[in-house]
Every structure is written in structure tokens, then in C-alpha cells.
Write a protein that binds this ligand. Structure first.
Ligand SMILES: Nc1ncnc2c1ncn2[C@@H]1O[C@H](COP(=O)(O)OP(=O)(O)O)[C@@H](O)[C@H]1O
Ligand SMILES: O=P(O)(O)OC[C@H]1O[C@](O)(CO)[C@@H](O)[C@@H]1O
Ligand SMILES: [Mg+2]
Length: 491
């Protein structure tokens, strides 16, 4: 398909999802939500920060590649690395020192809802989904204020053994504090002078400093855990995220094993009263390879149906699953990186026994689905096109406040770079005899072992923010998949 044909197919995708979305009963969303303190850095900002630290130490830190932020030099090292490559990154910090240093030295531009579960809950509620049940283990009054106030977005609260669903502001715990992450957004073309070097940022992206205070636990109160089957019964799917915060060891003697077991138990509880419930996990950057591996092997494999992630995260996942070479080919900037990405997605689908894996990249998405996924390839294609439209609308407007807002995404141009990338993949697949030109051009490739959807996406030249666009893509696509399943059941 050329761009004008894709434009038409995009409208069909939007209309089909708009028709079907009302039949989704609901989605359960847990665990992570925080306040994102967003700073768009401009000319001179990084140089100012660099003047406050020892340049030699920053240089050493660049070489040592800190996987957690303990000092301003660690922060600047990871910021320079992210800016040089235009790559997204998320690095944890376990003390409040860096937060205080940033507050003293940078003024944030805006504070908004952050965390996959927070962003996704608001998006789904604003899309008018019938019923969004959000569960945030550390829901504080300040955090609750960032949730949209809407009757279709509720949070469980157990009173005298009975579960109630309440607006977040009524379900929060007044003793809890908000978790605040700093988000440093940098724009394509920004020039930064560093020692003898000059960095020119190749792509708009962001660095996240994820605060990990000791009270953040990926868990549930026993009461809510016991009532999960009740909640599972009322929804068609669950979107789970935040596992990146699991630590190897805790101050009180607990270990990652306790939290992994509980996470798997929670999925089991949701499935108890609703064996057909479809579970999506939104992956993210996980610096600790041991935890990354445990999440994939012990939570995702065998328990989860659908996984959403960006290209760096595909490489990271492949890396800990023993596919180091393929992981390297995904991230090195060579001609065949998209082929490696496709091969990697296929590997992950089968290795992790998923029904669906959705990889989002700038300019294109690749989704690989198993043969037993209950909707057909055209419905999968609709869901991806709908997700790209929703993401473009968010990048353009900074948020989605109603289903109607999504339509603006249809006016954002389809990325020609994305088209060029997928043409490379098409040439490879056709050469390998995996599909013919006609199927490839339609975006749907059916093979004996799985089906593959590949679409060019809409890219906004000057996005309001980039943080949270991936969450928007995965959640809107997943909601659309559920809508496809419900409409298929009703037919
Ligand atoms: N300007 C843009 N226009 C449209 N989509 C974008 C734009 N910038 C980024 N994206 C999409 O957003 C995704 C970012 O996902 P990810 O790295 O997971 O971020 P986050 O976790 O913050 O949501 C990219 O993979 C790309 O598909
Ligand atoms: O790992 P954490 O602290 O939950 O942070 C997740 C981060 O990812 C995002 O959800 C974007 O995907 C941010 O809004 C948030 O700061
Ligand atoms: Mg993401």
C-alpha cells in the first residue's frame, strides 16, 4: 500500500475500533503510578548543570555506565548517553538526594500523571471504556488528584471485609506520600557542548529518573488480593506494569521471590472467576538483568497473553533470554536492524508463550500473534492502526481527554522513514519466501507458526512530550484487541 492507501486503511481501523469499543466490559489496571515532574531542557541547560560537577567524574561515569543514580555525576553521565543516541532510558534512584539536587538546579515545566498504570488508567477512562478498575498500592491523596475524575474510573477499597469501588480520591490512604519521578525531555537538534565534544541530539526522547523509596512495593493488601476474583469477573482484560520496581532484596528480609510469587498469584486470582481474561504486561527499561530475567521467565512466561515494549526493550529482553547476538543486532544502527527486530519479536512470542507481542518504534510497529489468538489478522491490524492514531493525537495535543480527541491523530502524516524501514523488512521476508509482496503490502503476513502485522505509523514532528506515548500505544492497541474479541463473541 502506498501512503494514501494506508491513510484510507487507517480510517477504517479507527472506525472499526470506535464501533466495537463500547462492548468491552472493562479493564483492570495495576500497579505503578507516580507524579512525573517534566523538564524540557533547552540550549545551555545541560552546560549549566555540568558546571556544577567535576567533569572528570562525569567522564568516568560515562565509561562505567551507572545503572542507578547515586550522584549528580551519575545523572549527567546517563543524560549525556541518552542524548547522544536519542534513546529513551529509565534509571532508578534509591535516595532523595538527586531529587533535591534537581529541584535546586532545574525548575520543572509541568507535573502530570506518570507511571504506566496511572497513564493507562486515565487514557482508558477518557476513551469512555465502560469500566476501568485501577489499583495502585501506594495511592496517596496527592497521587489521587492526578487521576481523571470520572465514574468509569474506580479504585478498590475494602471496608469491613466488603469490597467497594470508589473514585481514587476516596480510596486513597491519607498516610501515603506521592512518588515523584523526574523526566528530562530533550529535542532533536539540541546541541550540547561537553568537554571537547559537541552532542547533537538525533531524536526527541526522554530520560526518566525513577524514584524508588523503600515503601514502594509491587504488591497488594491481603484484602484486595482476596477480592481480585470479584474484580476479574467484571472485566475482559488486565494491564499490569511496574514490575521493574521489584528488588532482589528488601530491608525487611523479603526477596524478589516473594514479590514474583505474589505477582503470579494476583494473575491467578484474576483468572479464577474469569478464565478467559486476557492479560497484558507493559514492559519497560529494567536495569537489573537478574530482575529483568525473573520478570520475563517467572511472571510473563505461561501467565501473560500480551506484551508491549519498545525496540531497546526487545534487545534487553533478548539479551537476558540468551539471544545476545540478536539483541546486539537490534540496537546497532545497521541496515538490517529492523530484520533483527522482527526476528527478535518472533523469538519472544514463542519463548515466552505469548498470544501477542506488540513492538512500537518510531515510524512503525511490528506485532506478532500466535495462531490461537481469538481475533483475525484484520482486527489485529485495526488495533495497531488505532493505536498509532491515538499515539499521534497524544503527541500532538499532549493528552487524550475524550474519544473524540483521538481523531486528531488521523491528520498526522504517516512517517516516510517508517515506510522505508518496513520496505527493507518486506524485501527480506519476500526473499526468504516468508510472504508475497501483496500480503506484505497489506500489513498482514500469515505463516504456519504465527501471524505478523507490520504498519507504518503516524509521527508528530514536534511532540508536546514523548514520555508515556509508548504506554498510550500499547494500552489503546490492547483495548482495541479486547474490543475485537468482544465483537467477535457477539457476532
Ligand atoms: N513524535 C512522536 N510521534 C508519534 N509517536 C511517537 C513519537 N515519539 C515517540 N513515539 C512513539 O512512542 C514510543 C515510546 O515508547 P517508550 O519508549 O515505551 O516510551 P514510554 O514508556 O515513555 O511510553 C516509541 O516507540 C514511538 O512508537
Ligand atoms: O518505574 P516507575 O518509577 O514506575 O516509572 C515509570 C515511568 O515510565 C512512565 O510510565 C512512562 O512509560 C513514566 O510516566 C514514569 O515516570
Ligand atoms: Mg514504555
Amino acid at each position: 500500500m502506498d501512503i494514501s492507501e494506508w491513510d484510507k486503511r487507517y480510517i477504517e481501523g479507527y472506525e472499526s475500533v470506535a464501533r466495537n469499543i463500547p462492548c468491552v466490559n472493562g479493564i483492570f489496571v495495576a500497579y505503578n503510578s507516580n507524579v512525573d515532574a517534566i523538564k524540557h531542557i533547552g540550549p545551555g541547560d545541560v552546560e549549566n548543570l555540568l558546571r556544577k560537577v567535576d567533569a572528570d567524574i562525569v567522564q568516568q561515569r560515562i565509561y562505567s555506565y551507572p545503572r542507578q543514580i547515586d550522584s549528580p555525576a551519575d545523572f549527567l553521565a546517563r543524560l549525556l548517553i541518552a542524548m547522544k543516541d536519542g534513546k529513551a532510558a529509565e534509571i532508578p534512584t534509591y535516595s532523595t538526594d538527586i531529587h533535591e539536587w534537581l529541584t535546586d538546579n532545574l525548575v520543572f515545566d509541568e507535573a502530570r500523571m506518570g507511571g504506566q498504570a496511572g497513564i493507562i488508567s486515565n487514557l482508558l477512562a477518557n476513551m469512555d471504556l465502560n469500566n476501568v478498575i485501577a489499583y495502585i498500592p501506594w495511592l496517596s491523596p496527592e497521587q489521587a488528584d492526578y487521576f481523571v475524575s470520572s465514574p468509569n474510573l474506580l479504585h478498590p477499597f475494602v471496608r469491613e471485609g466488603r469490597m467497594e469501588l470508589l473514585p481514587p480520591a476516596e480510596a486513597c490512604n491519607p498516610d501515603y506520600k506521592a512518588k515523584v519521578n523526574w523526566i528530562i525531555e530533550f529535542n532533536k537538534g539540541l546541541s550540547v557542548k561537553y568537554a571537547e565534544d559537541r552532542i547533537i541530539v538525533p531524536r526527541n526522547n526522554r530520560l526518566i529518573i525513577s524514584s524508588r523509596p523503600p515503601w514502594v512495593r509491587i504488591d497488594m493488601s491481603d484484602e484486595v488480593y482476596e477480592h481480585l476474583p470479584e474484580m476479574g469477573k467484571t472485566v475482559d482484560g488486565a494491564i499490569l506494569s511496574g514490575y521493574q520496581m521489584i528488588k532482589e532484596e528488601y530491608e525487611d528480609g523479603k526477596t524478589y521471590r516473594d514479590y514474583i510469587a505474589r505477582a503470579v498469584g494476583a494473575i491467578g486470582q484474576l483468572k479464577k472467576a474469569n478464565p478467559d481474561i486476557c492479560i497484558h504486561v507493559e514492559f519497560t527499561s529494567i536495569q537489573n538483568k537478574f530482575i529483568r530475567s525473573a520478570i520475563l521467565n517467572d511472571i510473563v512466561r505461561n501467565h501473560v497473553h500480551s506484551l508491549g515494549l519498545d525496540t531497546v526493550e526487545v534487545a534487553n529482553a533478548l539479551n537476558v533470554l540468551g539471544y545476545e547476538e540478536l539483541a546486539y543486532s537490534v540496537i546497532k544502527k545497521e541496515e538490517d536492524a529492523i530484520v533483527a527486530l522482527y526476528e527478535g519479536a518472533v523469538r519472544l512470542l514463542h519463548e515466552l508463550k505469548l498470544q501477542r507481542i506488540h513492538v512500537h518504534s518510531l515510524g512503525f510497529y511490528i506485532c506478532v500473534v500466535s495462531k490461537d489468538c481469538p481475533i483475525d489478522v484484520e482486527q489485529h491490524l485495526d488495533s495497531l492502526l488505532f493505536a498509532s492514531t491515538t499515539a499521534a493525537a497524544r503527541a500532538l495535543q499532549g493528552g487524550i481527554n475524550s474519544f473524540e480527541d483521538i481523531k486528531a491523530g488521523l491528520d498526522v502524516p504517516i512517517s516516510t522513514q517508517g515506510m522505508d524501514q518496513i520496505d527493507k523488512l518486506g524485501a527480506y521476508l519476500i526473499r526468504q519466501g516468508k510472504c508475497n509482496l501483496e500480503d506484505f503490502e497489506k500489513g498482514c503476513i500469515c505463516t504456519r507458526n504465527h501471524d505478523v502485522l507490520i504498519i507504518p505509523t503516524r509521527v508528530v514532528d514536534h511532540p508536546v512530550d514523548t514520555v508515556g506515548i509508548g504506554d498510550t500505544i500499547s494500552a489503546s492497541a490492547f483495548a482495541a484487541v479486547l474490543a475485537g474479541m468482544c465483537s467477535t463473541r457477539e457476532d
